[in-house]
Design a protein around this ligand. Structure first.
Ligand code: THU
Length: 142
């Protein structure tokens, strides 16, 4: 990873690691942490995965942060995202989370991925989800 990581991203990375420490993942043991910065919101919003005995009820770290942010601040545009998992290779957000990110604007934003020791990779959201489902994109055929 480039040595020129902005200070704000290093701070968000540390914040995501703290959130990861709160993850409830007794089934997969795959702990994920997330920090999201929204435009016009001064603080970072944390997220961690919260699993359930009914596995499908599990919520990912990224969606946890997104949903919390709407309850607290209303729907805001994403500025950047940091996600951490305990992996050697970067673990990008799952397709469900990408679809939910898509709801937060047509604009693009960076998604930084790290593990326990460092930031590994920066993607742009649109690299990960170049085409998305969006009912507002088009009208019904006549
Ligand atoms: N998980 C996330 O928190 N974020 C993702 O983008 C992918 C997967 C969680 C869900 C589940 O608790 C665990 O990782 C294993 O899939």
């Amino acid at each position: 990873m480039s040595p020129t990581i902005p200070e704000s991203i290093t701070e968000a990375y540390k914040f995501a690691l703290v959130a990861q420490g709160k993850a409830h993942a007794p089934y997969s043991h795959f702990l994920v942490g997330c920090a999201i910065k929204f435009k016009g919101v001064d603080e970072l919003i944390p997220g961690c995965n919260v699993e359930n005995a009914s596995y499908g009820a599990t919520i990912c770290a990224e969606r946890n942060a997104l949903i919390q942010s709407v309850a607290r601040f209303g729907k805001k545009e994403i500025e950047y995202v940091v996600v951490v998992a305990k992996t050697t290779k970067p673990t990008p957000p799952c397709a469900l989370c990408l679809q939910v990110f898509n709801e937060f604007g047509p604009h693009d934003f960076p998604i930084w991925i790290g593990n326990s020791s460092k930031l590994l990779k920066k993607y742009m959201f649109r690299e990960l989800l170049p085409i998305s489902f969006d009912t507002l994109d088009d009208k019904e055929e006549t």
